[in-house]
Design a binder for this molecule. Structure first.
Ligand code: MN
Length: 311
């Protein structure tokens, strides 16, 4: 994904409330953003009231979109730095191509993890002609590794288990006896839950992690809150377990991690620490430095928004 919003704003992790040490319920409404013709996505993070959950600093929910009637995803080459992109399709296939030379079609049930580090560029295009539905998240890299060499990994079989009539797919971290092998750089958690039947499922969580839940299909209930697509429920830290009530065929993701204490700036497709980081990165992209070339993409590349207008 790429932030294509014309009025690109600087998002500062310290300009909203700090993480909640105690269990809380904070309903955050997603906002719509255009990712091209006919492709409206729901952006849950960053939110004006909540910039990050753990190191998760960006969360887009795209689709479900009928590609027989719409153009689909076609994001021309664009740069990233200081973050990892995490792509999780529910329906439809997406072709990833990057400046390291990786060309990877990702299918539902698989994860693409691209580590931007000091700089990478990639394109993202839907391949399927039927449906497109999924999420993309970004993970802020801690200061000590944020200028690491870029990398790309594809995970075709994330660990799964069945419990209470639901399939749990581990996206990041650990869950019961499951361990994710994703190469991450801070303590993180991510899970996708799909219910085969009406169910209530209870599972342990870490009191030192903050958590948030986003529904991708149907609705779910946590404690007294009922949420559906378009709402991110922030839960804070301090719980030892969570119970989720789901009707049949609901899909939800839950993300979490230790609160990220470094101040992080997010602008366009960059994660940095200072405005100067953004100025240099934009200059490097405009002058064909640092971010490489996506060789086999047919078409031009994205132009950065006006960095002088950062505010
Ligand atoms: Mn991207």
């Amino acid at each position: 994904m790429s932030d294509l919003i014309a009025k690109c704003q600087l998002s500062d992790s310290k300009d909203c409330e700090a993480f909640s040490e105690k269990p809380t319920h904070e309903k955050l409404t997603t906002r719509n953003a255009e990712l091209g013709e006919g492709l409206t996505i729901r952006r849950a993070l960053p939110h004006s009231a909540r910039r990050m959950i753990g190191a998760w600093c960006f969360l887009d929910h795209f689709g479900p979109l009928d590609l027989s009637k719409n153009k689909g995803l076609d994001i021309a080459p664009h740069p990233h730095m200081g973050l990892q992109t995490f792509t999780w399709p529910i329906q439809g296939e997406i072709l990833h191509q990057d400046s390291l030379g990786y060309e990877q079609v990702i299918k539902p049930g698989e994860i693409n993890l691209m580590t931007a580090g000091k700089g990478i560029s990639h394109s993202e295009e839907s391949v399927s002609k039927d449906m497109l539905h999924g999420v993309q998240l970004w993970i802020a890299l801690p200061d000590v590794v944020r200028n690491m060499e870029p990398a790309f990994s594809h995970y075709s079989n994330p660990p799964q288990l069945e419990q209470d009539g639901a399939t749990f797919t581990l996206l990041a971290g650990e869950f019961l006896n499951l361990h994710s092998t994703l190469n991450l750089h801070s303590p993180l958690f991510g899970i996708n839950i799909f219910s085969h039947q009406d169910t209530i499922t209870t599972f342990p969580v870490r009191p030192d992690f903050e958590y948030g839940v986003l529904v991708l299909d149907k609705y779910i209930q946590i404690e007294k809150e009922i949420i559906s697509p378009g709402t991110l429920l922030y839960l804070g830290c301090g719980r030892k377990e969570i119970a989720i009530k789901m009707p049949k065929n609901a899909i939800t993701i839950m993300i979490g991690g230790t609160p990220f204490t470094e101040e992080v700036l997010l602008w366009w497709n960059f994660v940095g620490r200072t405005r100067e980081d953004m100025l240099i990165a934009t200059h490097d992209w405009q002058t064909n430095n640092r971010f490489g070339t996506v060789k086999n993409y047919k078409g031009g590349r994205l132009i950065a928004p006006d960095v002088a207008k950062i505010k």
